[in-house]
Design a protein around this ligand. Structure first.
Ligand SMILES: Cc1cc2nc3c(=O)[nH]c(=O)nc-3n(C[C@H](O)[C@H](O)[C@H](O)COP(=O)(O)O)c2cc1C
Ligand SMILES: Nc1ncnc2c1ncn2[C@@H]1O[C@H](COP(=O)(O)OP(=O)(O)OP(=O)(O)O)[C@@H](O)[C@H]1O
Length: 319
């Protein structure tokens, strides 16, 4: 898949002249609704013998339109988003720089300067997609702006649990720890990425060495607690119990710092400085302050058993 960053109009020299079917949207999370929109574009491109493309925006429009609300709750980094879109069979991914100037374009200027210039022959978006200043352009009036240069398809609402599958809903689920429900809407487990740093090295003295995962991207993290996860290292997925929290057994509130640590089941080896991903499957319990290290160890034994139990039953179900 070709990745093209479009910084400023005119960017015409960057564009190949292939006629395209373009799917439009922000696509944070690439959830089931987004997948439907993108798959539709790939399918129509196949039928018409055109190239398939996705147009997305960076940074996220809310970063520009509401700078006061510092966003730290993205479901996917730019890199993850691109990887997921690539898997859907898309030929070209356009990242359009979203700035105030872009937000002020009229719907007609957006259509002229982006869709027509990029040689769109067909456009696909969800039923609630909007474009142009004050969100005046939408899928009911897009035809008025198209200059008869492209046709279009509107993807109807994809629903689950009786409501629209949306990034807003998935963020709310992750934020309350319902990572199992979030996975149903994403079509895969919720994933965060990071690098394994050097923790306090206390874990091994407790008999539970942990990989402390430090993220550079502004991912949304589930709330403090213990989770059944898979840690992905060098392409290999390993079951683990993940603790996210301030370790109240060892640190008082004054010294509390949130860490994300994974105890990988049945593993001994060195994970320091590795780039890893965490797939979040199931919240097991809240974080607690224990009266002694021994009491914490007893609970961690139980967490380990609960994690094994969770993945055993998951395996049995998928057979
Ligand atoms: C499965 C698991 C459950 C944990 N549960 C708690 C807990 O309930 N309370 C707590 O204070 N710390 C908890 N921890 C965090 C431990 O205190 C932490 O792993 C230990 O202090 C080692 O820290 P270090 O990796 O920075 O050396 C848990 C860790 C794991 C792996
Ligand atoms: N559940 C859905 N069903 C059909 N189309 C959808 C659905 N969710 C998103 N889309 C479409 O996918 C594209 C990208 O949507 P967008 O990134 O705005 O996400 P969203 O999930 O609707 O997010 P938000 O919760 O922020 O409104 C748009 O064309 C949008 O209309």
């Amino acid at each position: 898949m070709e990745r093209v960053f479009l910084e400023k109009i005119p960017f015409i020299e960057k564009i190949n002249s292939n006629e395209k079917v373009i799917a439009l949207g922000d696509f944070d999370g690439v959830h089931l609704g987004h997948q439907k929109v993108i798959q539709k574009a790939v399918e129509i491109a196949g039928e018409k013998g055109l190239a398939s493309a996705v147009m997305t925006f960076y940074p996220h429009p809310s970063v520009v339109l509401k700078p006061s609300a510092k966003r730290v709750d993205f479901l996917t980094s730019l890199e993850m988003k691109a990887g997921l879109i690539e898997k859907l069979g898309v030929d070209i991914l356009f990242f359009v720089r979203f700035d105030l100037a872009l937000s002020q374009l009229s719907p007609q200027d957006f259509v002229d300067n982006y869709l027509i210039k990029l040689h769109a022959k067909h456009v696909v978006a969800g039923y609630d997609f909007t474009f142009g200043r004050m969100a005046r352009g939408n899928m009911n009036n897009i035809d008025e702006y198209s200059r008869s240069m492209f046709s279009y398809t509107v993807v109807p609402k994809v629903e689950m649990f009786g409501e629209k599958v949306s990034t807003t809903h998935i963020r709310a689920l992750v934020a309350k720890g319902a990572v199992d429900d979030a996975a149903l809407l994403l079509g895969r487990p919720y994933r965060t990425t990071g690098v394994v740093g050097h923790g306090d090295k206390r874990g091994r003295t407790l008999g539970f060495p942990t990989a402390n995962v430090e993220s550079k991207d502004a991912f949304l993290l589930p709330p403090n607690g213990i989770y059944a996860v898979r840690l992905i290292v060098d392409g290999k997925a390993m079951a683990g119990a993940c603790s996210i929290g301030t370790r109240p057994t060892f640190y008082d509130e004054m010294h509390a710092k949130t860490t994300v640590e994974v105890y990988v089941l049945n593993y001994s080896g060195n994970l320091y400085d590795k780039e890893v991903s965490i797939d979040w499957y199931k919240r097991l319990r809240a974080e607690k302050k224990f009266q002694s290290a021994d009491a914490l160890i007893a609970q961690m034994e139980k967490d380990k058993a609960d994690t094994s139990g969770y993945f055993d039953s998951e395996r049995a179900e998928s057979k």
